[in-house]
Design a protein around this ligand. Structure first.
Ligand SMILES: C[S@@+](CC[C@H](N)C(=O)[O-])C[C@H]1O[C@@H](n2cnc3c(N)ncnc32)[C@H](O)[C@@H]1O
Length: 326
């Protein structure tokens, strides 16, 4: 049968890194039990069960089938989780399959391409937008597990927040968002986000909205390098500009991928020193977000050593595109 295992206890730390507590207005949440450093592995967890993202049959029948295979301890962990969107007129005890679906919809996250799963500890992480989220999760195929890393330094007592969706959008749009990895779920989460960014007074909120919209726009412009609409120098300038606005906003997520894309551009244009510098920048940020012991970081360190080994090396005209500013 399927197994589930939360590894945080096995690291032999004298102090636990976090604990699950009641958080006013949010149900339960996760608080730092000690200071946590940027890049630390906060949690490694395996799914209670997974289901395909796109299914023909009824999701609640499939979930019921998966639940049958769990031990009673695992079932209890599942039914302890929170849920929204359960019809008010129904008694959850009499509609267990419907209840299980509501729990699933509120808590499932991506477990690889086209799969979603339930991770009972990770499921206690509440959502924060933009600069408010401080941990990120990533699925590792080779481990078949979910890894949660600290994106920022976190102080003891602070809430650990992840992001349920792409938050590089203005506040009003964020409030309408549906999580990307739950295609068959049409309803929204059922909470009005009150994270530090959503709670900003209007003037500051508008300034944050402008930065987030600008970041998204620059990402779209950067992508046009792929169709040769812009040259490599322009492309790298967009990356630098994104980086700078993200510093102002405090939005640090996805920088590993962004710097890796910049390394790709630099390698394509045979700019060795830029490719090297971007690759090392990418390795650094991927280390925070997904960990050093990943294929992404290993291959970027190789590019840092030998930029000419990059797959895209010399595929565009020779051009000095420039490295990162900082
Ligand atoms: C995956 S669960 C997170 C853990 C949950 N708070 C619990 O008690 O188990 C998702 C639910 O948590 C609540 N939640 C998450 N982030 C929130 C936020 N920023 N503000 C208010 N409620 C939030 C919502 O009720 C949401 O449907």
């Amino acid at each position: 049968g399927s197994s589930s295992n939360t590894k945080e206890k096995e690291y032999g730390q004298s102090e636990p890194m976090f604990h699950v507590s009641d958080i006013p207005g949010k149900g339960k949440g996760v608080l730092a039990a000690r200071d946590i450093k940027q890049g630390e592995l906060v949690l490694q967890e395996y799914p209670l069960f997974t289901v395909p993202l796109h299914i023909q049959s009824s999701p609640s029948a499939l979930i019921a089938e998966r639940l049958q295979k769990l031990s009673s301890v695992q079932k209890e962990a599942f039914f302890n989780l929170s849920y929204v969107h359960f019809p008010e007129n129904l008694d959850p005890k009499e509609h267990v399959d419907r209840l299980a679906l509501a729990i699933f919809e509120t808590n499932a996250v991506s477990a690889g391409k086209d799969t979603v799963g339930i991770f009972p500890t990770m499921a206690r992480l509440n959502h924060g937008c933009s600069s408010a989220f401080n941990v990120v999760y990533s699925w590792r195929n080779e481990h078949e597990g979910l890894f949660v890393h600290a994106l920022k330094d976190i102080k003891k007592g602070q809430e650990l927040l992840t992001t349920y969706t792409d938050t590089k959008r203005p506040r009003e749009e964020r409030r309408k968002l549906i999580p990307e990895d739950r295609a068959y779920l049409t309803q929204q989460y059922g909470f009005k986000c009150t994270c530090d960014v959503c709670a900003l007074p209007d003037g500051l909120s508008q300034a944050s909205d402008r930065r987030l919209s600008k970041i998204s726009e620059l990402y779209r412009k950067f992508a046009t390098w792929g169709n040769m609409d812009i040259d490599g120098i322009q492309a790298i300038n967009y990356v630098r500009e994104i980086w700078e606005i993200e510093d102002e906003e405090g939005y640090w997520s996805e920088r590993g991928q962004l710097a890796a894309d910049a390394a790709w551009v630099a390698a394509s244009h045979s700019d060795a020193s830029a490719a090297q510098a971007w690759a090392l920048k990418a390795a650094e940020w991927f280390t925070y977000e997904i960990g050093a012991d990943t294929p992404q970081v290993r291959s970027l360190i190789t590019v840092g050593d030998r930029p000419q080994s990059h797959n895209a090396w010399g595929t565009r005209e020779k051009l000095e595109v420039g490295g990162p500013k900082y």
